[in-house]
Structures are given as structure tokens and as C-alpha cells.
Design a protein around this ligand. Structure first.
Ligand SMILES: [Zn+2]
Length: 431
């Protein structure tokens, strides 16, 4: 059953298509896209209404289709399920939702197999091979949604999990022992959890975990985290970006020039506030269209993250375009007094690098002129640390910014296991 799974057939195909001529891939995507569009309009009440006056005869028509928002999925999700599909036979993808309101999407078995094939292909870019063990440092195993349990039981049985909601020294020490015994060839997890585990190993002088590669799954991987991971585990770090709703969106190859978009199951766009693609190299909102999920079509869905796309060809020989920069969630930008925006990632990176007394940091924008700095100190928080923080705040935000400091033992991850670097309560967004 394991070897006969459809995803392995897909995998064989994907190993070829990753080197296929890009124009050929675009032609293939167009065929799939047209099919999904026709199917969605003919078989769902939601798209029949949304696209009633729309035609899809060119990529330009496609770029003019109104975006699909999270609010629409929340309020109209039921009408997005295609005729002939029964919820009970579908896989439910549930997101925790950045505002506390979760989102539910349904995916058919066929789509899941396509995505699994893609994920395995990208896993293999690290040097890992099917059947080898993986150290999985992610989320809370009890909260795995249906599809994850399914995948875990069927496919991820080689995973050695570490519950990131309980990452104290004792737990990490035992986990290190387990990894030593089981010799995983890849480590996999959210960037900050991998980083915390690497820092722990380094502090203990453990220099004996040697995977072939590390897959960082949170969309945010700081350069300083990558440096520590490479140093402690003596291998490359492969950044990956995806979401529950459509699975893997982009993944880094061994050239580490950016994240190849997953052309085999998705159309990935970067758009402006009007939903039109931005010029190559400019930042914008990431929008995805699922080419495989016929049960609940997802067309031009605004994921809520900001990125930059490049059409340049990667030296690795794979032809998919690259996401060259991921700048965090749209909702995680801090608004400055002059109305400009700064991405939360660049801020926390800057503060982390500039403040040796800070182990972990979260910035919350309460009001236009008030920030809260939630800080896990590296040791005892001293007056010197406070003065350095003050200096950096003045440098970045000017003299008028008010701020509070909350010293905490840990910064809680969301249900997904991801941790937010920056939370804006203003409701204003750059894209
Ligand atoms: Zn590449």
C-alpha cells in the first residue's frame, strides 16, 4: 500500500517537470487553470456568482479576476464546495487564523496525493531519501488536523516528533538523545523552534547531530537563525513556504537563491492592492490558485503574506521562478508616524542583532505611537539592556514613539506552531 500510493507516481512525474521548459509548464498550467475555472463556475454557487460576467481566455483575463479573501471563505465556504463532493469524504484543512478566527477548507484525496508528491520531491532536495528518518520539530502533535493524522499514519511514520509547545531543557535533552539513537537524515520544523533547539545543543556542547539537510517550514527564517543552524548541524538549511489551505507554495533548492514556486500544483502570483501582478522584483501580496483541488476550488486566494517574485533562472537547473524574499504577514507590518510601513521581520531581525540581552522578541503595535516589546531575556535583564533597547527604539522609531516592555519566560506560539514576530492592532495594511 505504501509503495503503491498515487503520490509516488506523481513524484516520478514531478522529478522530470522540475527541469521542464518553463513555457511548456506555463502551457500545461493554462490547461489545468482553464479546467478549474470552468469546473468552479459550473459546479459551485459561489464562483457562478463571483465570475458570472467573467471570461478566462488569457493570462491577462486571469490577472483581472477578483481575489478570493479569507472572509469569503469564512462566510461562503459552504457554497465553494463543488457539486458531487460530500464534505464527509473530504479532508478538512483548518487554519488557526491570525485574528483568532479559524478558516476551514476542504480538499479531495486526489489533490492531497498531488501535494504529497510535491512535498516529497522538495524534501529530497535536501539529500533526504524516502524511508529515511526525519526529526520533526513542529507544533503540538495533539493538534494535528485530520489530514495530518492521515499523513502521519500512512507516510510520516518515520518522523521523530518534538512537541514545540513544551520545549524546556529537559525535553530538548531527551530529544537530542533520541535523535542520536535514531539518526535522522533531515531535520524539519518551524524556524524559531529549530533555532531554539540548535542554540540548546550549542550551549550543551552537543556536536553530534548530523542530518543531510534542514527544512525550515515557517515562512520566516532569519539570516541569524540560518547561520546558527548551519554551524550547529553542519549542513544546509532549506527554507520552505506554504499554508494549510494549499500546502507547499515554494521551497529552496541547494543553490539557496530563493524558493522555487510549486508550479506543479499552484499558480503563484504577487499582486498590488488592486489585485494586479506587481512588476518583477517588487514586493506585493502573495496570491495562489490551486490547480488540483476540484472539491473546493481555490482561485486567486490572497494568503495574507508578502513576498517578491523573480523570473530569473536558478543555477540549479530547475525552471520554476523564485520567491526571492518573504517579508511576513501583511498584518505584521508596523506603521510609522509618516504613514510608511516596516515589515515585522526586518524589525525583529534588527532588534535581535542589536541587542545581545534579548533571546526572543515580539513587537506589538497597540496604537500608531505606542508599541509593546515582549522580550524573553537571555539572562538577567539589566539597566544596560534597557538602555540599549531605548537607543534602538529611538533610532528606528524616533523620539515620539511610546513603548512598554514586558519581560516574559516564553512567547507563545500559535496553534500552528508558528510564532509571530510582530502583531499590528491598527488594522491598516500595506497591500
Ligand atoms: Zn534552484
Amino acid at each position: 500500500m505504501y509503495e503503491g500510493s498515487p503520490y509516488l507516481r506523481h513524484l516520478k512525474r514531478f522529478q522530470k517537470t522540475q527541469y521542464a521548459d518553463r513555457d511548456e509548464m506555463l502551457k500545461w498550467q493554462w490547461e489545468k487553470l482553464s479546467g478549474v475555472f470552468r469546473h468552479a463556475v459550473a459546479n459551485t454557487a459561489f464562483y457562478a456568482e463571483k465570475y458570472q460576467d467573467r471570461r478566462l481566455e488569457s493570462w491577462d483575463d486571469f490577472a483581472g479576476l477578483p481575489l478570493l479573501t479569507k472572509d469569503e471563505i469564512r462566510s461562503r465556504g459552504r457554497d465553494m464546495i463543488a457539486r458531487g463532493h460530500d464534505k464527509s469524504s473530504l479532508f478538512r484543512m483548518k487554519t488557526s487564523g491570525s485574528t483568532g478566527v479559524s478558516l476551514e477548507l476542504f480538499m479531495d484525496e486526489d489533490s492531497l496525493q498531488w501535494k504529497r508528491g510535491c512535498t516529497v520531491r522538495h524534501d529530497m532536495w535536501t539529500g533526504w531519501r524516502l524511508g529515511e528518518r526525519v526529526g520533526a520539530i513542529w507544533g503540538n502533535p495533539e493538534q494535528y488536523a485530520d489530514w495530518r493524522s492521515w499523513l502521519r499514519n500512512l507516510l510520516l511514520i518515520r518522523h521523530i516528533p518534538l512537541d514545540t509547545l513544551k520545549m524546556d531543557d529537559g525535553v530538548m535533552d531527551r530529544y537530542h538523545d533520541t535523535l542520536l539513537k535514531k539518526q535522522p537524515t533531515a531535520l524539519f520544523g518551524h524556524a524559531h523552534s529549530l533555532y531554539l533547539f540548535a542554540k540548546f545543543c550549542e550551549a550543551k556542547g552537543y556536536d553530534d547531530i548530523r542530518p543531510k539537510g534542514i527544512i525550515s517550514t515557517a515562512m520566516v527564517l532569519h539570516d541569524f537563525e540560518r547561520t546558527v543552524l548551519e554551524r550547529v548541524f553542519h549542513c544546509g538549511v532549506f527554507n520552505r513556504y506554504g499554508c494549510e489551505e494549499v500546502s507547499l507554495i515554494g521551497s529552496e533548492c541547494e543553490a539557496h537563491r530563493g524558493l522555487h514556486v510549486n508550479m506543479d500544483t499552484l499558480v503563484v502570483e504577487v499582486v498590488d492592492a488592486e489585485g494586479r501582478p506587481v512588476p518583477e522584483g517588487e514586493a506585493g501580496a502573495i496570491v495562489v490558485t490551486d490547480l488540483t483541488n476540484m472539491a473546493m476550488p481555490v482561485i486567486r486566494y490572497k494568503v495574507g503574506d508578502v513576498g517578491v517574485l523573480s523570473n530569473e533562472f536558478c543555477p540549479c537547473g530547475r525552471t520554476a521562478p523564485l520567491i526571492t524574499s518573504l517579508q511576513g504577514r501583511i498584518a505584521d507590518y508596523v506603521t510609522l508616524a509618516d504613514g510608511s510601513y516596516v515589515s515585522g521581520i526586518s524589525l525583529t531581525e534588527n532588534f535581535h542583532m542589536g541587542l545581545p540581552g534579548v533571546k526572543q522578541l515580539q513587537i506589538i503595535q497597540e496604537e500608531l505611537d505606542r508599541l509593546t516589546f515582549r522580550i524573553v531575556p537571555a539572562g538577567a535583564w539589566s539597566e544596560k539592556d534597557a538602555a540599549e533597547l531605548e537607543g534602538l527604539i529611538r533610532k528606528r522609531f524616533g523620539e515620539t514613539m511610546c513603548y512598554d516592555v514586558e519581560l516574559v519566560d516564553s512567547i507563545q506560539s500559535e496553534d500552528s506552531g508558528k510564532y509571530r514576530f510582530c502583531i499590528s492592532k491598527l488594522g491598516e495594511q500595506p497591500f
